[in-house]
Design a protein around this ligand. Structure first.
Ligand code: SF4
Length: 363
């Protein structure tokens, strides 16, 4: 896929996951995954709802065993039908059948561990009858043995071949409601695996870096890996995988999309890094403004700058901003100073301006 500016997204076919459409240029859907024990229906439903509130478009739950499989009907019933939920199945193909019967909106299976071809065919037939899409999710930790022997670990071609092999079974049954992921924990392997796959099929791609790490490390690694893939136009849905409370995942995912200029709704705070000219306590000010404006849905770029010397110029790309120092505060719009006031009023004046510009309440 050739690089282009602005980013030209890869043309992929549309797949419907409940009420959410992915592929075909539809907005890139954000996913996360619950960590609650699926056998605890109340806890799982609560976490699903929290993840949707935090910015997920789709939420996945793992189905560990038959006890968890028995809970799927109740989980589906208790979650708003407009909120797509996905069942993640490893090893036991029958759990995929349970999830389809329970009304789940998508099934994720792993070619490395779902077992014999006839099992994949049974799941595919059930999904076809119910109109449920399947994600073929290839991961570094579970590549089929023969493919590992052929290519070794961490080889983009291994990921691609594992996915294509599974796709061939589904296509043989005239099933094309397919989403694919080839997540490696190595950002370069993932990058090239997604590129190889993008050249070989037009199915929508779910992108991510698996086992990315803890909140800080994992966010950075995901931003680099997912961001690089997105910037070349590949990706229809994504998950940031963190060793942390999953509530952070949709927030980081949304930030990656914004940083890649692939999402323009919601407010974005840009803030200067401060330097020797800064004469206000900018870090807590920027953090407080970011926290209080997280809920704003309108697209607005807000600048928080540390000095009157360069602040207005550096804030030129923002719709509205503030700069301060030496007791003085100023409100800036598109790089022009539009009001001056005491420095102590910086936060309050900016929040009031944001509310007026967006018609929404800050937190
Ligand atoms: S806006 Fe002012 S304080 Fe902030 S980095 Fe630029 S020069 Fe330094």
């Amino acid at each position: 896929m050739k690089l282009s500016y602005p980013i030209k997204r890869r043309k992929s076919r549309v797949v419907k996951i409940g009420k959410v459409l992915i592929g075909g240029g539809f907005p890139i859907a954000v996913q996360s995954m619950t960590t609650a024990d699926t056998r605890d229906i109340a806890a799982t439903v609560e976490q699903i709802n929290q993840l949707f509130e935090a910015g997920c478009d789709i939420v996945r739950i793992s189905v560990l065993n038959h006890q968890a499989g028995d809970c799927l009907i109740n989980i589906r019933k208790q979650v708003d039908p407009d909120r797509p939920i996905v069942a993640d199945i490893h090893f036991q193909y029958k759990l995929a059948l349970d999830a389809i019967e329970a009304g789940f909106d998508k099934i994720r299976i792993n070619p490395g561990n779902i077992g014999a071809e006839w099992k994949v065919r049974e799941v595919t037939q059930a999904a076809k009858d119910a109109g449920v899409p399947i994600r073929i999710g290839v991961n570094s930790g579970s590549l089929p043995k023969d493919i590992l022997e052929k290519y070794g670990h961490d080889n983009p071609e291994a990921f691609c071949e594992a996915a294509l092999r599974e796709i061939a079974i589904l296509e043989d049954m005239n099933f094309n409601d397919i989403v694919i992921s080839v997540k490696s924990t190595n950002t370069q392997t993932a990058f090239w695996a997604y590129h190889l796959l993008a050249e070989k099929c037009d199915y929508p791609l779910h992108i991510g870096i698996t086992e990315a790490g803890t909140l800080d490390t994992g966010s950075i690694k995901s931003a680099v890996g997912i961001g690089a893939i997105l910037m070349t136009g590949i990706g229809d849905t994504l998950r940031v995988s963190l060793t942390a409370d999953p509530i952070h995942e949709p927030r980081v995912a949304q930030q990656i999309l914004k940083a890649c200029a692939l999402k323009d709704d919601g407010l974005e705070v840009i803030a200067c890094p401060t330097c020797g000219r800064c004469q206000i306590d900018l870090i807590p000010l920027a953090e407080s403004i970011e926290a209080k404006t997280r809920n704003i849905k309108a697209p607005l770029k807000v600048a928080v700058m540390g000095c009157a010397v360069n602040g207005p110029g550096e804030a030129a790309a923002a719709d509205v901003g503030i700069a301060g120092g030496d007791g003085q505060g100023m409100l800036i719009k598109k790089g022009e100073i539009v009001a001056r006031f005491p420095e102590a009023e910086l936060e309050q004046r900016l929040l009031a301006e944001i509310e007026e510009m967006t018609g929404e309440k800050t937190g």
